[in-house]
Design a protein around this ligand. Structure first.
Ligand code: U5P
Length: 376
Protein backbone atom coordinates (compact mmCIF):
# COMPACT_ATOMS: atom_id res chain seq x y z
CA UNK A 1 0.00 0.00 0.00
CA UNK A 2 1.38 3.41 -0.97
CA UNK A 3 0.47 6.32 1.25
CA UNK A 4 0.19 10.07 0.86
CA UNK A 5 1.95 11.59 3.83
CA UNK A 6 2.23 15.19 4.98
CA UNK A 7 5.33 15.93 7.05
CA UNK A 8 5.27 19.00 9.27
CA UNK A 9 8.64 19.99 10.72
CA UNK A 10 11.03 22.81 11.54
CA UNK A 11 13.30 23.12 8.52
CA UNK A 12 16.34 24.55 10.31
CA UNK A 13 19.50 22.84 11.55
CA UNK A 14 18.65 20.63 14.49
CA UNK A 15 18.04 16.95 15.07
CA UNK A 16 14.26 17.04 14.58
CA UNK A 17 14.31 18.81 11.20
CA UNK A 18 17.12 16.57 9.96
CA UNK A 19 15.36 13.35 10.99
CA UNK A 20 12.01 14.50 9.56
CA UNK A 21 13.66 15.33 6.24
CA UNK A 22 15.64 12.08 6.06
CA UNK A 23 12.47 10.15 6.95
CA UNK A 24 10.60 11.85 4.10
CA UNK A 25 13.36 10.98 1.64
CA UNK A 26 13.48 7.31 2.66
CA UNK A 27 9.67 7.00 2.61
CA UNK A 28 9.69 8.49 -0.90
CA UNK A 29 12.28 5.88 -1.93
CA UNK A 30 9.81 3.25 -0.73
CA UNK A 31 7.20 4.66 -3.11
CA UNK A 32 5.11 6.83 -0.80
CA UNK A 33 4.10 10.34 -1.82
CA UNK A 34 5.57 12.91 0.56
CA UNK A 35 4.38 16.46 1.14
CA UNK A 36 6.58 18.64 3.34
CA UNK A 37 4.64 21.50 4.89
CA UNK A 38 7.00 24.01 6.46
CA UNK A 39 8.05 27.67 6.60
CA UNK A 40 11.06 27.12 4.32
CA UNK A 41 12.53 24.25 2.39
CA UNK A 42 14.10 21.68 4.75
CA UNK A 43 17.86 22.18 4.52
CA UNK A 44 18.73 18.55 3.87
CA UNK A 45 16.23 18.30 0.99
CA UNK A 46 19.05 18.89 -1.44
CA UNK A 47 17.96 16.77 -4.39
CA UNK A 48 14.88 16.58 -6.64
CA UNK A 49 12.59 13.59 -6.05
CA UNK A 50 9.57 12.90 -8.30
CA UNK A 51 7.33 12.05 -5.36
CA UNK A 52 8.39 14.70 -2.84
CA UNK A 53 6.49 17.98 -2.75
CA UNK A 54 7.12 21.06 -0.68
CA UNK A 55 4.39 23.47 0.44
CA UNK A 56 5.54 26.73 1.93
CA UNK A 57 3.67 28.29 4.83
CA UNK A 58 3.72 32.06 4.54
CA UNK A 59 2.32 34.44 7.07
CA UNK A 60 0.89 37.73 5.92
CA UNK A 61 1.60 40.78 8.04
CA UNK A 62 -1.69 42.49 8.83
CA UNK A 63 -1.59 45.56 11.01
CA UNK A 64 -4.44 44.19 13.17
CA UNK A 65 -2.13 41.43 14.44
CA UNK A 66 0.51 42.32 16.98
CA UNK A 67 2.11 38.92 16.27
CA UNK A 68 1.95 37.23 12.85
CA UNK A 69 -0.29 34.14 13.29
CA UNK A 70 2.12 31.43 12.05
CA UNK A 71 0.28 28.58 13.77
CA UNK A 72 -3.01 29.46 12.08
CA UNK A 73 -1.33 29.85 8.69
CA UNK A 74 0.25 26.41 9.20
CA UNK A 75 -3.04 24.77 10.24
CA UNK A 76 -4.79 26.30 7.27
CA UNK A 77 -2.01 25.13 4.91
CA UNK A 78 -2.15 21.60 6.31
CA UNK A 79 -5.93 21.50 5.76
CA UNK A 80 -5.60 22.90 2.22
CA UNK A 81 -2.90 20.43 1.19
CA UNK A 82 -4.61 17.47 2.91
CA UNK A 83 -7.87 18.16 1.06
CA UNK A 84 -6.36 18.87 -2.34
CA UNK A 85 -3.79 16.06 -2.31
CA UNK A 86 -6.03 13.61 -0.44
CA UNK A 87 -3.44 12.94 2.24
CA UNK A 88 -3.84 9.83 4.40
CA UNK A 89 -1.98 11.24 7.34
CA UNK A 90 0.08 14.04 8.82
CA UNK A 91 3.32 13.24 10.61
CA UNK A 92 3.92 16.16 12.96
CA UNK A 93 7.42 16.53 14.37
CA UNK A 94 7.05 18.36 17.70
CA UNK A 95 3.84 18.47 19.72
CA UNK A 96 3.84 22.25 19.87
CA UNK A 97 2.75 23.81 17.65
CA UNK A 98 2.81 21.16 14.92
CA UNK A 99 0.54 18.46 16.44
CA UNK A 100 -1.92 21.15 17.52
CA UNK A 101 -1.98 22.67 14.03
CA UNK A 102 -2.52 19.20 12.58
CA UNK A 103 -5.39 18.68 15.03
CA UNK A 104 -7.02 21.92 13.91
CA UNK A 105 -6.57 20.92 10.27
CA UNK A 106 -8.14 17.53 11.01
CA UNK A 107 -11.19 19.28 12.42
CA UNK A 108 -11.48 21.10 9.10
CA UNK A 109 -10.79 18.12 6.83
CA UNK A 110 -12.43 15.20 8.61
CA UNK A 111 -11.68 12.20 10.83
CA UNK A 112 -10.08 10.18 8.04
CA UNK A 113 -6.95 12.37 8.26
CA UNK A 114 -4.72 10.61 10.80
CA UNK A 115 -2.11 12.36 12.93
CA UNK A 116 1.18 10.82 14.00
CA UNK A 117 3.18 12.99 16.39
CA UNK A 118 6.86 12.51 17.15
CA UNK A 119 8.26 14.10 20.30
CA UNK A 120 11.85 15.20 19.82
CA UNK A 121 12.65 16.73 23.17
CA UNK A 122 12.45 20.45 23.65
CA UNK A 123 8.66 20.44 23.36
CA UNK A 124 8.65 18.28 26.49
CA UNK A 125 11.89 19.13 28.28
CA UNK A 126 11.51 22.91 27.98
CA UNK A 127 7.88 23.75 27.22
CA UNK A 128 6.46 20.96 29.39
CA UNK A 129 7.65 22.87 32.49
CA UNK A 130 5.72 25.97 31.48
CA UNK A 131 2.36 25.72 33.28
CA UNK A 132 0.75 28.01 30.71
CA UNK A 133 1.57 25.50 27.97
CA UNK A 134 1.68 22.07 29.58
CA UNK A 135 -2.07 21.35 29.34
CA UNK A 136 -1.98 22.28 25.69
CA UNK A 137 1.00 20.00 24.97
CA UNK A 138 -0.84 17.19 26.76
CA UNK A 139 -3.92 17.89 24.64
CA UNK A 140 -1.85 17.82 21.42
CA UNK A 141 -0.40 14.45 22.42
CA UNK A 142 -3.73 12.95 23.42
CA UNK A 143 -5.50 14.12 20.28
CA UNK A 144 -2.89 12.50 18.03
CA UNK A 145 -3.78 9.08 16.63
CA UNK A 146 -0.30 7.72 17.40
CA UNK A 147 2.61 9.21 19.34
CA UNK A 148 6.28 8.33 19.22
CA UNK A 149 9.32 9.70 21.04
CA UNK A 150 12.99 9.43 20.08
CA UNK A 151 14.17 7.67 23.27
CA UNK A 152 12.84 5.70 26.23
CA UNK A 153 14.11 8.51 28.44
CA UNK A 154 11.87 11.00 26.63
CA UNK A 155 8.86 8.66 26.89
CA UNK A 156 9.35 8.41 30.68
CA UNK A 157 9.88 12.12 31.05
CA UNK A 158 6.69 12.85 29.08
CA UNK A 159 4.64 10.51 31.29
CA UNK A 160 6.11 12.03 34.46
CA UNK A 161 5.77 15.63 33.42
CA UNK A 162 2.45 15.70 31.62
CA UNK A 163 0.59 12.74 33.08
CA UNK A 164 -0.62 11.69 29.62
CA UNK A 165 -2.71 8.55 29.19
CA UNK A 166 -1.80 7.99 25.55
CA UNK A 167 0.63 5.13 24.78
CA UNK A 168 3.92 6.56 23.49
CA UNK A 169 6.17 4.29 21.48
CA UNK A 170 9.94 4.77 21.25
CA UNK A 171 11.19 5.01 17.69
CA UNK A 172 14.88 5.87 17.69
CA UNK A 173 16.50 8.38 15.38
CA UNK A 174 18.55 7.15 12.45
CA UNK A 175 21.05 8.37 9.89
CA UNK A 176 21.40 7.59 6.21
CA UNK A 177 24.25 5.08 6.33
CA UNK A 178 25.02 5.73 2.65
CA UNK A 179 26.00 9.28 3.58
CA UNK A 180 27.43 8.77 7.07
CA UNK A 181 30.28 6.36 6.52
CA UNK A 182 33.99 6.43 7.06
CA UNK A 183 36.14 7.81 4.23
CA UNK A 184 39.81 8.72 3.90
CA UNK A 185 40.66 12.40 3.77
CA UNK A 186 44.27 13.15 4.65
CA UNK A 187 44.14 16.35 2.64
CA UNK A 188 41.46 17.80 4.89
CA UNK A 189 43.64 17.00 7.92
CA UNK A 190 46.51 18.90 6.28
CA UNK A 191 44.27 21.83 5.38
CA UNK A 192 43.25 22.17 9.02
CA UNK A 193 46.92 22.07 10.03
CA UNK A 194 46.64 18.74 11.83
CA UNK A 195 50.02 17.02 12.04
CA UNK A 196 50.15 13.26 11.31
CA UNK A 197 50.92 12.41 14.96
CA UNK A 198 48.04 14.51 16.34
CA UNK A 199 44.68 13.09 17.47
CA UNK A 200 41.43 14.81 16.52
CA UNK A 201 38.43 15.42 18.76
CA UNK A 202 35.15 16.71 17.38
CA UNK A 203 32.05 18.41 18.79
CA UNK A 204 29.03 19.34 16.66
CA UNK A 205 26.10 21.33 18.01
CA UNK A 206 24.04 24.50 17.98
CA UNK A 207 26.22 25.98 20.77
CA UNK A 208 23.38 26.58 23.16
CA UNK A 209 23.95 26.62 26.92
CA UNK A 210 22.54 23.10 27.39
CA UNK A 211 25.37 21.70 25.25
CA UNK A 212 27.90 22.72 27.95
CA UNK A 213 30.66 23.44 25.44
CA UNK A 214 32.79 25.20 28.10
CA UNK A 215 32.99 21.85 29.98
CA UNK A 216 34.24 20.28 26.80
CA UNK A 217 36.91 22.96 26.30
CA UNK A 218 38.06 22.46 29.91
CA UNK A 219 38.23 18.69 29.38
CA UNK A 220 40.21 19.30 26.20
CA UNK A 221 42.72 21.47 28.10
CA UNK A 222 43.46 18.43 30.31
CA UNK A 223 43.66 16.11 27.31
CA UNK A 224 46.24 18.15 25.35
CA UNK A 225 48.54 18.08 28.38
CA UNK A 226 48.95 14.35 27.76
CA UNK A 227 48.31 13.73 24.07
CA UNK A 228 48.97 16.06 21.11
CA UNK A 229 45.52 16.80 19.73
CA UNK A 230 43.28 19.24 17.90
CA UNK A 231 39.63 20.02 18.70
CA UNK A 232 37.18 20.67 15.86
CA UNK A 233 34.20 22.77 16.95
CA UNK A 234 31.45 22.52 14.35
CA UNK A 235 28.26 24.59 14.30
CA UNK A 236 27.39 28.00 15.70
CA UNK A 237 25.10 29.51 18.31
CA UNK A 238 24.64 31.85 21.26
CA UNK A 239 27.48 30.45 23.42
CA UNK A 240 30.15 30.88 20.77
CA UNK A 241 31.55 34.11 22.24
CA UNK A 242 31.92 32.53 25.68
CA UNK A 243 33.59 29.47 24.16
CA UNK A 244 36.05 31.54 22.09
CA UNK A 245 37.00 33.55 25.16
CA UNK A 246 37.59 30.42 27.21
CA UNK A 247 39.71 28.87 24.47
CA UNK A 248 41.94 31.95 24.53
CA UNK A 249 42.06 32.15 28.33
CA UNK A 250 43.20 28.55 28.55
CA UNK A 251 45.85 29.17 25.88
CA UNK A 252 44.28 26.65 23.51
CA UNK A 253 43.84 28.82 20.41
CA UNK A 254 46.52 26.87 18.52
CA UNK A 255 44.74 23.59 19.22
CA UNK A 256 41.14 24.50 18.43
CA UNK A 257 39.56 24.95 14.98
CA UNK A 258 36.26 26.85 14.83
CA UNK A 259 34.60 25.55 11.67
CA UNK A 260 31.18 27.24 11.97
CA UNK A 261 28.13 25.64 10.37
CA UNK A 262 29.06 22.81 8.05
CA UNK A 263 27.13 20.54 5.73
CA UNK A 264 29.26 17.54 4.83
CA UNK A 265 29.74 16.22 8.30
CA UNK A 266 30.78 12.71 7.26
CA UNK A 267 34.07 14.19 5.97
CA UNK A 268 34.71 15.79 9.35
CA UNK A 269 33.80 12.70 11.39
CA UNK A 270 36.05 10.66 9.12
CA UNK A 271 39.14 12.60 10.19
CA UNK A 272 38.17 12.47 13.89
CA UNK A 273 39.27 10.00 16.56
CA UNK A 274 36.71 10.69 19.29
CA UNK A 275 33.44 12.60 19.41
CA UNK A 276 32.47 14.54 22.55
CA UNK A 277 28.99 15.56 23.70
CA UNK A 278 28.79 16.75 27.31
CA UNK A 279 25.25 18.21 27.28
CA UNK A 280 23.06 18.66 30.35
CA UNK A 281 19.90 17.89 28.34
CA UNK A 282 19.70 15.64 25.31
CA UNK A 283 16.73 13.50 24.36
CA UNK A 284 18.74 11.55 21.79
CA UNK A 285 21.88 13.25 20.44
CA UNK A 286 21.72 12.64 16.70
CA UNK A 287 25.30 13.82 16.28
CA UNK A 288 26.47 10.80 18.30
CA UNK A 289 24.83 8.43 15.86
CA UNK A 290 26.33 10.30 12.90
CA UNK A 291 29.80 9.88 14.41
CA UNK A 292 29.19 6.22 15.26
CA UNK A 293 28.19 5.50 11.66
CA UNK A 294 31.62 6.90 10.69
CA UNK A 295 33.28 4.51 13.19
CA UNK A 296 34.04 7.22 15.72
CA UNK A 297 33.56 6.20 19.38
CA UNK A 298 31.83 8.81 21.55
CA UNK A 299 32.25 10.19 25.06
CA UNK A 300 28.99 11.64 26.39
CA UNK A 301 27.24 12.61 29.59
CA UNK A 302 25.08 10.10 31.39
CA UNK A 303 21.84 12.06 30.89
CA UNK A 304 18.55 11.84 28.92
CA UNK A 305 18.72 9.59 25.88
CA UNK A 306 22.54 9.53 25.61
CA UNK A 307 22.94 6.21 27.52
CA UNK A 308 20.60 4.62 24.98
CA UNK A 309 22.87 5.72 22.13
CA UNK A 310 26.32 5.18 23.71
CA UNK A 311 26.81 1.75 25.24
CA UNK A 312 29.25 2.49 28.06
CA UNK A 313 32.55 0.64 27.60
CA UNK A 314 31.48 -0.82 24.25
CA UNK A 315 30.72 1.91 21.72
CA UNK A 316 32.14 4.75 23.80
CA UNK A 317 32.11 6.02 27.37
CA UNK A 318 29.63 7.78 29.62
CA UNK A 319 30.66 10.34 32.23
CA UNK A 320 28.94 12.39 34.92
CA UNK A 321 27.49 15.77 33.97
CA UNK A 322 29.97 18.57 34.72
CA UNK A 323 32.77 16.15 35.63
CA UNK A 324 35.45 17.56 33.37
CA UNK A 325 38.20 15.29 34.78
CA UNK A 326 36.17 12.15 34.10
CA UNK A 327 35.40 13.28 30.53
CA UNK A 328 39.13 13.88 29.96
CA UNK A 329 40.11 10.54 31.55
CA UNK A 330 37.65 8.55 29.44
CA UNK A 331 38.70 10.33 26.26
CA UNK A 332 42.37 9.68 27.07
CA UNK A 333 41.66 5.95 27.43
CA UNK A 334 40.65 6.00 23.77
CA UNK A 335 43.38 8.33 22.57
CA UNK A 336 46.18 6.39 24.26
CA UNK A 337 45.07 2.99 23.03
CA UNK A 338 44.58 2.96 19.27
CA UNK A 339 43.51 -0.68 19.28
CA UNK A 340 40.77 0.00 21.84
CA UNK A 341 39.68 3.07 19.89
CA UNK A 342 39.40 1.12 16.66
CA UNK A 343 37.55 -1.76 18.33
CA UNK A 344 35.06 0.61 19.89
CA UNK A 345 34.70 2.42 16.56
CA UNK A 346 33.81 -0.87 14.86
CA UNK A 347 31.41 -1.72 17.69
CA UNK A 348 29.82 1.72 17.30
CA UNK A 349 29.26 1.03 13.61
CA UNK A 350 27.79 -2.40 14.39
CA UNK A 351 25.42 -0.81 16.90
CA UNK A 352 24.18 1.65 14.22
CA UNK A 353 23.11 -1.35 12.13
CA UNK A 354 21.72 -3.36 15.05
CA UNK A 355 19.79 -0.74 16.96
CA UNK A 356 19.36 2.30 14.71
CA UNK A 357 19.36 0.85 11.18
CA UNK A 358 17.52 3.32 8.92
CA UNK A 359 15.62 0.58 7.05
CA UNK A 360 14.30 -0.75 10.34
CA UNK A 361 13.38 2.62 11.78
CA UNK A 362 11.56 3.68 8.61
CA UNK A 363 9.73 0.31 8.62
CA UNK A 364 8.68 1.01 12.22
CA UNK A 365 7.13 4.33 11.21
CA UNK A 366 5.54 2.69 8.17
CA UNK A 367 3.93 0.07 10.39
CA UNK A 368 2.44 2.78 12.59
CA UNK A 369 1.04 4.53 9.49
CA UNK A 370 -0.41 1.31 8.02
CA UNK A 371 -2.11 0.40 11.30
CA UNK A 372 -3.83 3.78 11.45
CA UNK A 373 -4.85 3.95 7.82
CA UNK A 374 -6.03 0.31 7.63
CA UNK A 375 -7.85 0.67 10.93
CA UNK A 376 -10.26 3.12 9.26
N1 U5P B 1 24.37 20.07 12.06
C1 U5P B 1 24.86 20.35 10.81
N2 U5P B 1 25.81 21.35 10.69
C2 U5P B 1 26.28 22.03 11.76
C3 U5P B 1 25.78 21.73 13.05
C4 U5P B 1 24.82 20.74 13.16
O1 U5P B 1 24.48 19.74 9.81
O2 U5P B 1 27.14 22.89 11.57
C5 U5P B 1 23.37 18.97 12.20
C6 U5P B 1 23.98 17.75 12.85
O3 U5P B 1 24.70 17.01 11.90
C7 U5P B 1 22.75 17.02 13.36
C8 U5P B 1 21.84 18.17 13.76
O4 U5P B 1 22.15 16.27 12.33
O5 U5P B 1 22.30 19.33 13.07
C9 U5P B 1 21.88 18.42 15.26
O6 U5P B 1 21.24 17.39 15.90
P1 U5P B 1 21.12 17.32 17.51
O7 U5P B 1 22.45 16.88 18.01
O8 U5P B 1 20.72 18.69 17.94
O9 U5P B 1 20.06 16.28 17.75
Amino acid sequence: MKLKIGIVCYPSVGGSGVVATELGKLLAERGHEIHFISSSIPFRLNKVYGNIYYHEVSVNQYSVFQYPPYDLALASKIAEVAKREKLDLIHAHYAVPHALCAFLAKQMVGEHLKIVTTLHGTDITVLGYDPSLSDMIKFGIEQSDAVTAVSNALVLQTYELLDVQKPIQTVYNFVDERVYKKGENDELRREYGIAPHEKVLIHVSNFRKVKRVPDLVRAFSLIVKEVPAKLLLVGDGPEMTVVCRLVNELGLAEHVRFLGKQENLADLYSISDVKLLLSEKESFGLVLLEAMACEVPCVGTNIGGIPEVIEDGKTGFLCRLGDVEEAAEKTLLLLKDEKLRQTMGKQALASVYEKFYSEQIVAQYEQIYFQLVKGE
